[in-house]
Write a protein that binds this ligand. Structure first.
Ligand code: PFF
Length: 457
């Protein structure tokens, strides 16, 4: 291990913006809208909100706390804490699984982000304005049919990500997020104002918050919980690593609250911008992962100034995706640096790994579209992309979160946890601590039992 001092961000606001940038990403816009749309809106959104508030947020704080206490790469942090807790359990294991998971997430993230960039490029050249439905579907098909096109854009995205990660953290991560986060907020608010003025805002509002027609199955439950973990980046160590860069002057609970609120507001703003446009253009909200790529350009095509709006939208999504991808590439990079590699070499090698894995997603949209490798285990109709996305989001993330909750709630000494939190209010601490000790483990275990015995996967 290198003897260099562990780096940290330069300011409190820097820390909050960088971590919010990590949380806010494709999950808030691409997956929140498509998964909410596919699962009927209201009921899904309600479970998502409840999980976000009572499960994912306490775990988010726990994961940051583990990083603050460990101050090293994720496996090393947890190994240190295991030793100081005198535990015989392999604490580093969830961190190692997390490192694999970050690269898997990055692999499909790069492909979707690549398509986002390609569509931004198309819009910049005046694309989508006045286009017919068939033309838009043909573009999506053409994009996916010839793998060399998604591969080109995925490489571009991964190169941008690896380049930022290979720089020093303060110069790279902080500068990028400081610039991108505020721009993203302003752009989204602009889109929502447009939706209020020009599209079917009422229908969208009812769809997202009409909790009266709840449909809930074990599968929807898992998707909602998986989405809550995914959107906060909880469960794979990305937040733990950022927590390890957090200055000691940062109030962890307050910072967490800000980050969760920003993340939640971006998802809700995205929903309130996208669904009104969909409803006024009479498009089915259950269009699936292609929602952003087929229905949105279609919606924009019929709106005056649609090309500009589409460009703004895809640019915004690219910004959000890059800041999240940075947080996916950072944990494995930090671990390799500890092994003596340079930061640049670590980032480029891991980026290359993500690229190789990304081919599974790229091909899932073309020649592997009917390839269901785990059909014999009952995972019918799931392409390699479906297996990676659902496996990581809905299984690895909640289980990683469970492990982190157990470490803080049961592994570490209560006094040590209390001492690491500058939280003024003792009652709030007790509620959070109680949630980690009982509510989170019981809820996650109950979720998995429901999924296994309720027939959802
Ligand atoms: N939270 C990111 C999003 O919503 O797009 C995705 C993500 C980033 C998940 C980093 C996990 C992670 F470690």
């Amino acid at each position: 291990m290198s003897k260099r001092e562990h780096p940290s961000f330069s300011s409190r606001i820097g820390f909050i913006l960088v971590t919010a940038g990590a949380a806010v990403g494709l999950g808030n816009v691409w997956s929140f809208t498509y998964v909410a749309g596919k699962n009927g809106g209201g009921g899904f959104v309600l479970i998502y909100l409840l999980t976000l508030a009572f499960i994912a947020t306490p775990v988010f704080m726990a994961e940051m706390l583990l990083g603050r206490l460990g101050k090293a790469s994720t496996p090393t942090s947890l190994k240190k804490l295991q030793t100081s807790a005198g535990s015989k359990l392999p604490w580093a294991l969830p961190a190692w699984i997390g490192l694999v998971a970050t690269i898997l997430v990055l692999s499909f993230y790069a492909v979707i982000s690549g398509q986002v960039m390609a569509y931004g490029w198309e819009a910049l050249q005046g694309g989508f304005a006045g286009w017919e439905k068939d033309q838009i579907i043909a573009l999506d098909k053409a994009f996916k049919a010839d793998p060399s096109v998604p591969i080109f854009w995925s490489i571009l995205f991964l190169v941008a990500t690896a380049a930022i990660v290979s720089l020093d953290i303060r110069k790279g991560l902080e500068r990028a997020s400081r610039l991108m986060m505020p721009v993203l907020f302003v752009m989204l608010i602009g889109l929502v104002i447009f939706a209020v003025l020009r599209a079917d805002f009422g229908a969208a509002f009812n769809f997202l918050f009409g909790f009266n027609e709840m449909q809930l199955s074990p599968k929807i439950l898992m998707e909602a919980v998986g989405q809550a973990f995914f959107t906060l980046s909880v469960g794979v160590g990305g937040i733990m690593l950022y927590g390890s860069y957090m200055g000691d002057d940062v109030n962890l609970p307050k910072a967490s609250l800000w980050i969760v609120l920003m993340d939640l507001s971006v998802a809700l703003l995205a929903g309130l911008a996208i669904f009104p446009i969909l409803f006024s253009a009479n498009i089915d909200p259950a269009a699936g992962p292609g929602l952003v790529f087929i229905t949105l350009p279609l919606a924009f095509s019929g709106i005056p100034g649609g090309a500009i709006l589409a460009f703004v939208f895809f640019l915004l999504l690219t910004f959000a995706a890059i800041t999240s991808a940075i947080s996916l590439l950072s944990p494995p990079t930090a671990r390799l640096e500890e092994a003596g590699w340079s930061r640049a070499k670590s980032a480029w090698v891991m980026g290359l790994g993500a690229f190789i894995l990304s081919l599974a997603t790229t091909l899932s949209f073309s020649s592997w579209a009917d390839f269901y490798p785990l059909a014999f285990l009952g995972f019918e109709g799931m392409t390699p992309f479906d297996l990676i996305r659902e496996g990581v989001n809905n299984v690895v993330l909640p289980l990683g979160g469970l492990a982190f909750a157990l470490m803080v709630g049961w592994g570490l000494k209560r006094e040590d946890v209390r001492a690491a939190l500058p939280m003024e209010n003792g009652a709030l601490f007790s509620i959070w601590y109680g949630a980690l000790k009982y509510l989170v483990p019981i809820a996650i275990i109950a979720l998995f039992l429901t999924a296994i015995f309720g027939g959802g996967h």
